[in-house]
Write a protein that binds this ligand. Sequence first.
Ligand code: TXE
Length: 497
Amino acid sequence: MTMSQLEKYQMYIGGKWVDPLSVAWLESDNPYDGKPWALIPRGNEEDANRAVAAAKAAYTSGDWPGMNATSRGALLRRLGDLVARDAERLAAVEVRDNGKLINEMSVQLKYVPQWYYYFGGLADKVEGAVIPTDKANMFNYTRHEPLGVVVAITAWNSPLLLTAYKLAPALAAGNTVVLKPSEYTSASALEFAKLVEEAGFPPGVVNVATGYGREVGEALISHPDVAKVAFTGGSATGKHIYETAASGLKRVTLELGGKSPNIVFEDADLEDAVKGAISGIFAATGQTCVAGSRLLLHERVHDEFVDRLLETAKTARMGDPMDVETQVGPVTTPPQYEKVLNYIDIAKDEGATCVLGGHAAQRPECGDGWFVEPTIFDDVTNDMRIAQEEVFGPVLSVIRFGDEEEAVEIANDVMYGLAAGVWTQNVRRAITMADRLQAGTVWVNTYRAISFMSPFGGYKMSGLGRENGADAIREYLQTKSVWISTASEVPNPFVLR
Ligand code: TXE
């Protein structure tokens, strides 16, 4: 395709479709064939400034601040309906941009509307309290008010799902938003903005500014008129955002990486557990923050389990992510592809035993895309880098353990704490493990279950704050305490009331 044949996008700012002030565009590549398919506006600092200005104007004037919460909720539900209507189309855009399977993205996009329905329903159920104060002749109540302008920054692995995690509660609470999608996968956010417009949100309530993190992103997170940054991405960027936000006393929610343990006990249903191990690391090509990248196997079932795992993993069909038969697609970006291959080399150097894959895929069905063979390392010890650092690809580390105590010790001995899986038939063990694992989500006899109604977030270096679930709306609200005197006269002004 020549430049002129590529789909050329504009940014959505203040209810208008605009070219970037840089007059520059970035190519967005299809990970399956490695070729560009779209042009994304390369926003700069001035674009960030005008997006924040539009969001600030929409927060303080126009239809949005006066709109009651019930009407806001109705708008969110309308948006959910439009996403549902266009789910297949949006899924296809995401597959072209991030290379995840059409099977996975179709299911995901059909589910995304639930966030807009759920938080739309919650919008008018945010209630303050009347405080029974200790003061005589005083009436004291609380209100939960929005924060102002929220910047939502998303990663490339599930662009519109991560957008929903942030936008649905932020808008339900009455904030306005500037969305900054990953420079690798911005097309779906711009397609989504068309639905925001169609739903009838007042101009400036939702803005989409695209471009590089260090250009438009940096300008957004350091802008003085931004009240909060909601972020999903890598840990290094998350720390940087936290530090930058601190100087402006901005609030943050951070959803960062993981090195999640998937723990199989000797009493587990091994057939189910094999499926759990596969879904933990090879689904979505391992590019999920909750990837079960450390498989902890009880020594009594280790050999049998590895054999069964290999049997299934060996037959995984790689290829075109748009083909419904494909099970493992490409890695999303060239730097990520290099990173995954580099970690494979590191694991080999560290002495882990490669029992499957261990190199780039050279199958005809993988074309020129960025494919890595599903890879399994056995004999990994938890001090190795391959056990401690997030790879974010189809690379599994198998670690043995002898008893429950050792499983807990290994599982918790990482800087991350996003998720964990436990496979056992023993109820006492399931509950004890769920208590003891340092992770924001624990799955027992299942893996990768998420819902709009269940809190999601990290312990330790996996993040701050929670997304999803009713409490998530609190992350976008601040509390005001209102005192009203019912006394007939003002008392002595020189003493504290
Ligand atoms: O993420 P970045 P990258 C992990 C994964 C991956 C690594 C790097 O291990 O290998 O992170 O991925 C924006 N100010 N995860 O480089 O850079 C950026 O434009 C403001 C785990 O893609 O963190 C994008 O929109 N914004 C993760 C977003 O941050 C900035 C999912 C994420 O990009 C910025 C993705 C700046 N200075 C990667 N710099 C998960 N937890 O699921 C970057 N950005």
